[in-house]
Design a protein around this ligand. Structure first.
Ligand SMILES: [Mg+2]
Length: 266
């Protein structure tokens, strides 16, 4: 049972949980409005590090949802937070989009997209601007130096309208084949994003619920953060996947409409 009366922070995965591609689910607007009307907080949590928060605000606006910067927790933000806390003085090469580079720079990190001798760390993200030159640079740096090596998230593929394209995890796998090095991973299923969200909202894990459609990323990161977890069957996970999963969420729902009904019943 989800102790809904205790929950103060709702952390939502987006695609498959609140919308599917460009189609908003029928309950989403009401669900978000009800959370705010009850004085609770929600944030959108995404592993995608190719887009900035501004891009997501535009996407949600297209779907009819008003959002602002503070409503988002992204793997890029969590990566910036982790690096500032643990490795603030490194000089990072960013294997990622201009957007990722800018976000890390704005957070106060010393970052570059040019391979140089002063590099002491590598940050790999979902690089939709990837070139072979970058792969060559990173392979050389990882092979010849002992560098700090971080990946914003582990996803091997990113969904598109026709199927999938290679994501951060697939590129890191390619680099592993070449160099034998694997990165430290920040995004889901690691608990850093929910932990950062709790810190920002000033709530405890017991007052937080992670809601998502992927059992091995959304639910797993909620479990590792000791938060409450709700798996929705409105996206990727089928009931058969659920049965086969080694670690289960606290609660399963057909979709977020059931969460809205729970809130209305309070
Ligand atoms: Mg999803």
């Amino acid at each position: 049972m989800l102790p809904i009366e205790r929950i103060r922070l709702f952390l939502f995965d987006m695609d498959g949980t609140l919308y599917l591609g460009e189609q908003l689910y029928s309950f989403t607007r009401e669900l978000l409005a009800t959370i705010h009307a009850q004085g609770k907080t929600y944030m959108f949590m995404t592993n995608n590090s190719s887009k900035s928060v501004g891009d997501y605000i535009k996407k949600l606006a297209r779907l009819g949802i008003e959002a602002e910067e503070g409503d988002f927790i992204t793997s890029a933000q969590a990566t910036a937070h982790y690096l500032l806390q643990n490795h603030p003085h490194e000089h990072f090469y960013v294997l990622g989009t201009c957007s990722l580079l800018n976000q890390l720079a704005e957070a106060g990190l010393d970052v570059t997209s040019e391979a140089d001798d002063r590099i002491t760390g590598i940050v790999a993200g979902y690089d939709t601007e990837l070139t072979y030159r970058k792969l060559d640079d990173v392979s050389r740096m990882l092979s010849t130096k002992d560098l700090l090596y971080i990946a914003t998230h582990p996803d091997t593929v990113c969904p598109t309208e026709y199927g999938f394209v290679p994501d951060c995890g697939a590129v890191c796998e390619m680099l592993y084949q070449a160099t034998g090095k694997r990165p430290l991973v920040i995004g889901k299923p690691e608990p850093l994003m929910p932990q950062l969200a709790m810190l920002r909202a000033g709530v405890t894990a017991d007052e937080t619920v992670v809601v998502g459609d992927r059992i091995y990323t959304d639910i797993e990161c909620g479990l590792r953060a000791d938060a409450h977890t709700v798996l929705v069957f409105s996206g990727e996970t089928t009931p058969a996947d659920y049965e086969a999963a080694p670690r289960k969420p606290e609660v399963t729902m057909q979709d977020g409409g059931e969460l809205l009904a729970m809130l209305r019943a309070l």
